[in-house]
Ligand binder design. Structure first.
Ligand code: NAI
Length: 324
């Protein structure tokens, strides 16, 4: 089958080429937008990533070009107009789990970096400065950690924090059996009680700007917020205001609401126009990574394996195991 891969990076090519077999893979650097949809002409499937845009308009164009399968090589599918895809008869599959540990461990890495200021210590020591001033952190042991979303990633994160001796509160409208080993609370209690909060819920209408001016105020003063979920879970302007007053003590972001214009590319020689992002980058207590939480060997192998299974299901005409 001929498959057009959008937003392809060298590492995608490297991993997917090994699994190509009889298929014909067309690796495009372009992100999927209405103007790049015609590049999929003659392809029965497109393989897309988090910042590709699968709006109704784009899906109509893809359908017109002969595409019948949208294979997301990621878990979240907030960038796809699912209703439009259904109406157009397009099958949509995703990679629901590909090492939840990759994302959970990155969330922990960000938390520990911010808390123990290893990002600052690293630079200092390289300059021969062994001064400790400004590097004081806090013990995570005994702290209360809140987790929004107890799916595969949230549970993996909660277990790690539990292992570090934290009290773990979880919040999820549809908690799994596994989630019940932790203290299930409502959002209000989570805001109020937690020293650290990590976001692992999907971006939906009711989770859009889950952290906003109001919820920042309801939170424990000086708390730490970790977002490896989706950028729009946090109102970044409200976060800046909360950082300026100290209400938000630390912020880690692997994702950013407007990331599609900047992330996954080298912007170091250009002028970044996004003043909110630039302001966030000036805080010593904010840590930003460019949507890399998923990026481990194990996760990439998992993404390729499940995507190939999805393509095989489609070709066999059976129900997609990972259909959306
Ligand atoms: P999952 O589907 O296993 O779990 C999501 C959980 O969130 C479910 O238990 C669901 O009931 C819960 N949820 C839904 N609405 C909620 C609400 N209003 N409040 C609290 N919980 C709510 O998903 P998984 O695999 O754990 O991934 C979570 C999210 O992480 C994905 O939706 C995706 O946006 C993000 N992600 C980020 C990556 C990165 O590289 N930064 C990589 C992979 C996923």
């Amino acid at each position: 089958m001929r498959v057009a891969f959008y937003s392809t990076k060298e590492y995608d090519k490297e991993f997917f080429k090994k699994a190509q077999g009889e298929h014909e893979f067309l690796f495009l650097k372009n992100a999927l937008r209405s103007e790049t949809a015609p590049l999929a002409a003659g392809c029965e499937a497109v393989c897309v990533f988090v910042n590709d845009e699968l709006t109704r308009e784009v899906l109509v164009r893809l359908r017109h070009e002969g595409v019948r399968l949208v294979a997301l090589r990621c878990a979240g599918y907030n960038n796809v107009d699912i209703e439009a895809a259904r109406e157009l008869g397009l099958k949509v599959a995703r990679v629901p789990a590909y090492s939840p540990h990759a994302v959970a461990e990155h969330a922990v890495a960000m938390l520990l970096t911010l808390n123990r200021k290893t990002h600052r210590a690293y630079n200092r020591v390289r300059e021969g400065n062994f001064e400790l001033h400004g590097l004081m952190g806090f013990d995570l042991f005994g702290k209360t950690v809140g987790v929004f979303g107890t799916g595969k990633i949230g549970i993996a994160f909660a277990k790690i924090m539990n292992g570090m001796g934290c009290r773990v509160l979880v919040c999820d409208p549809y908690p799994s059996e596994e989630a019940r080993q932790f203290e299930l609370v409502d959002p209000e209690e989570l805001y109020r009680e937690c020293d650290v909060v990590s976001l692992h819920c999907p971006l939906l209408e009711d989770t859009y700007h889950l952290y906003n001016q109001e919820t920042f105020l309801k939170s424990k003063p000086g708390f730490t917020l970790i977002n490896t979920g989706r950028g729009a879970l946090v109102d970044a302007s409200a976060a800046i205001a909360a950082l300026k007053t100290g209400q938000l003590g630390y912020l880690a972001m692997d994702v950013y609401e407007e990331e599609r214009d900047y992330f996954f590319a080298d912007q170091s020689s250009g002028i970044i126009q996004d003043d909110v992002l630039m302001r966030l980058m000036t805080f010593p207590n904010v840590l930003i990574t460019g949507h890399q939480a998923f990026f481990t060997h194990e996760a990439m192998a998992g993404i390729v394996g499940t995507t190939m299974d999805n393509i095989a299901d489609y070709q066999a005409g059976v129900d997609l195991r990972n259909g959306v």
